[in-house]
Design a protein around this ligand. Structure first.
Ligand SMILES: [Zn+2]
Ligand SMILES: [Zn+2]
Length: 327
């Protein structure tokens, strides 16, 4: 069986919707049930197998689709990809507005903006095109078919007699959301804190410092006093507070490393700085790393450089060729 009951009072069910990528084999979707109403937290990646698993699980758990609300922690394919398959027409779908805007803006202009940005960081033209293609979110569901509502910090999400509370956790995506039940103190964290991988941090389209946003979000979740943290990939663990501390220290260490590289080799391009950082990927030659992993590394590295520039810790100048160099 692909689902199990993971909490009572409120009743929470976890559904593992298959999704194969570098670090995970499933998206953990959750269903909160109370008084015949259901709240579905995330859907899953749009595969035939995933749709069948989620469909069957919702039926077996006894979710009446017409009495279900859908809450998307963020708009990545493996979280929002099955909305069109499982949410009935007109269903309420709660999302973060920043992610929704990014999804709406996806297309030629967003691609071109990203491609240019990457080229200006010294990324080769072919890599810049490839990375940009991966960075632009595809439309994940048809917003005209459902009732999309933007959820913001502190909003109450009712399910039966329960009132869950929205917690904004920008970082992994600009509009990432978590959902907290003040009565039981459980938290649905999406991809904000994971054990299987250090969650990627997004290059925010509005130029905002995504790393600072992520660190602030970690702090916020740390201070909630959660009883349990339900993660969207991998197994739940009790030592999530230690994991939050580790993630914070991990990023601060990498920041220091990036700053040290710029200090000892002033004038490197963005990509050169990123390639000099020690990532958790063993490689002799940059070209030996898989394209997907290089893409993740470059995007996250640029987030770190943005943070250092934002904080005034390194300087960014453009050379005559239009390449950004760091000092
Ligand atoms: Zn994600
Ligand atoms: Zn995910």
């Amino acid at each position: 069986m692909s689902w199990s009951k993971v909490h009572s009072d409120p009743d929470v069910y976890e559904v593992r919707v298959p999704f194969q990528n570098v670090s995970t084999s499933a998206t953990n979707c959750f269903v909160v049930m109370d008084g015949g109403e259901a709240l579905v937290v995330d859907t899953g990646a749009p595969t035939e197998e995933g749709a069948a698993v989620l469909d069957a699980a919702l039926d077996e758990i006894g979710v009446e689709r017409s009495r279900a609300t859908f809450f998307l922690t963020h708009l990545h394919l493996d979280h929002a990809g099955l909305v069109d398959r499982v949410a009935p027409e007109g269903a309420t779908v709660l999302v973060g507005s920043a992610d929704f805007d990014a999804m709406r803006a996806s297309g030629a202009s967003a691609y071109e903006r990203m491609r240019r940005l990457l080229a200006s960081e010294g990324v080769s033209l072919s890599d810049a095109s490839g990375y940009a293609r991966h960075s632009v979110e595809m439309p994940l569901f048809d917003p005209a078919r459902v009732d999309v509502r933007f959820a913001v910090e502190g909003d109450e999400v009712p399910v039966g007699g329960r009132r869950l509370r929205v917690v904004e956790v920008p970082g992994h995506t600009p509009g990432s959301l978590a959902l907290f039940d003040p009565a039981s103190r459980i938290l649905f964290g999406g991809d904000h804190v994971l054990f299987v991988i250090s969650p990627g941090i997004a290059l925010f389209p509005d130029g905002r410092d995504g790393l600072q946003a992520y660190l602030d979000s970690l702090e916020k979740v740390r201070s909630l006093g959660c009883s349990r943290l339900f993660v969207a990939h991998g197994d739940e663990r009790a030592d999530f507070e230690a994991r939050i501390d580790w993630l914070r220290a991990h990023h601060l260490g990498r920041l220091e490393e990036a700053q040290g590289i710029v200090r000892s080799c002033p004038g490197l391009s963005g990509e050169e700085v990123v390639r000099s950082i020690k990532w958790n990927v063993p490689f002799e030659r940059w070209e030996d790393i898989s394209f997907m992993q290089r893409w993740c590394i470059v995007m996250e590295g640029l987030v770190f450089l943005n943070h250092l520039v934002d904080r005034g810790l390194v300087r960014r100048d453009e050379d005559e060729a239009g390449v950004r160099r760091y000092f």
